[in-house]
Write a protein that binds this ligand. Structure first.
Ligand SMILES: [Zn+2]
Length: 355
């Protein structure tokens, strides 16, 4: 099947999703899709369009007293042989259908349909969400042109089964180390076994009771877990070192320093080295734009446990939620798909919210 050569923003939103799926856009290869998105949006008189690398920002400039931002990434993970798209019953299958070309189609549909929205709207299409954080297009915009991201409230159209997922938990990884003394295993009493010593770390993890934290009526479930363990030198050596890697997922009312202090307290007596961290994001459901959005959807929001780019908006002082078509459990899967009816539901919600 030939790839589309232009995007028709007034086509049916499901057909638009299918067209987007058929334009490959693996991370770092978004240029062609970004070109088509830019060209289609630039043809709309009511939008001001800016391109920064393969990031496309389209804004209404109506002088409204509030502005909302709707964001979505253009890239996908590498193909799993799941192109072009196909339909099976009420589902649209294909690479990126769920994560997140259904959401991108909703954005493009809304951008064309909402010529006089009741709030100003900024649509942000960005590159490189699926790869290392330093390449992330939203991060690049935040660093180089933060004025393009200015808004009172942001909706990220990541797959969330067409319901609002608010905030996101923070995450950090730490390596907890035990030290012993090496010796021949035939004379174990001459040494001190660092792997045995790790039992105490594992005991503390097993006994740990993760907190459930309520914020804005949402319950965030934390977690502290071993995600790796490394130790041992040879089959006849008492090991002198063992490393347990732990991952702490924490509710967004805790900042990184507080989360680190907590982990250090749990593993008191052991050296703890932090290797990776990302802050959470408070749900921010109390701002007026968020309250209106929730009332249009008519279903209570759910907490977001994974980390997403909503935290980036939180860092800019912009409350943000995830809301998009598709079950996130199918993101990145070879049988990735999105329910057609969820694409339509999201398109209807976004347009009636801002009409
Ligand atoms: Zn995604």
């Amino acid at each position: 099947m030939a790839e589309p050569t232009a995007l028709d923003l007034r086509a049916d939103v499901v057909a638009l999703t299918a067209a987007l799926v058929d334009i490959p856009s693996e991370s770092r290869h978004e240029a062609r899709l970004a070109d088509l998105v830019q060209a289609a949006l630039a043809a709309e008189d009511h939008l001001e369009v800016t391109r920064v690398r393969n990031n496309v920002v389209a804004r209404t400039v109506l002088g409204r007293d509030s502005r909302v931002l709707i964001g979505g990434h253009l890239d996908t993970v590498p193909s799993a042989g799941n192109l072009p798209h196909h339909f099976d019953g009420a589902e649209l299958f294909g690479l990126g259908s769920c994560d997140m070309k259904g959401g991108v189609a909703v954005m493009l549909h809304a951008a064309a349909a909402l010529t006089r929205p009741d709030r100003d709207v900024t649509y942000v299409f960005y590159e490189c969400e699926e790869i290392e954080e330093t390449a992330n297009g939203l991060r690049h915009l935040a660093e180089t042109s933060p004025e393009l991201l200015a808004a009172d409230f942001a909706v990220l159209m990541e797959p969330s089964n067409a319901q609002i997922e608010a905030g996101c938990q923070g995450t950090l990884r730490a390596v907890v180390t035990t030290h012993g003394r090496r010796s021949h295993s035939a004379r174990a009493w001459m040494g001190h076994n660092a792997v045995h010593e790790a039992a105490e770390i594992l005991n503390r993890l097993a006994a740990y009771e993760p907190a459930e934290v309520e914020i804005d009526g949402l319950t965030y479930r934390e977690g502290l877990n071993a995600v790796g363990i490394q130790g041992g030198i040879a089959g006849n050596v008492i090991p002198d070192r063992c490393e347990v890697t732990v991952n702490y997922r924490f509710a967004p009312d805790q900042d990184i320093p507080a989360a680190k202090r907590h982990v250090e307290e749990i593993f008191e007596g052991f050296p703890v080295a932090f290797v990776d961290e990302a802050p959470g994001a408070l749900p921010g459901l109390t701002v007026p734009a968020a309250r209106e959005f929730i009332s249009v959807i008519g279903r209570p929001p759910a907490p977001k446990f994974g980390w997403t780019d909503v935290a980036r908006f939180a860092a800019l002082g912009i409350p943000a939620v995830n809301y998009g078509p598709g079950d996130p459990a199918f993101a990145h899967a070879p049988d990735e798909h999105v329910p057609v009816e969820q694409i339509r539901a999201c398109a209807g919600t976004v347009t009636s919210w801002l009409s």
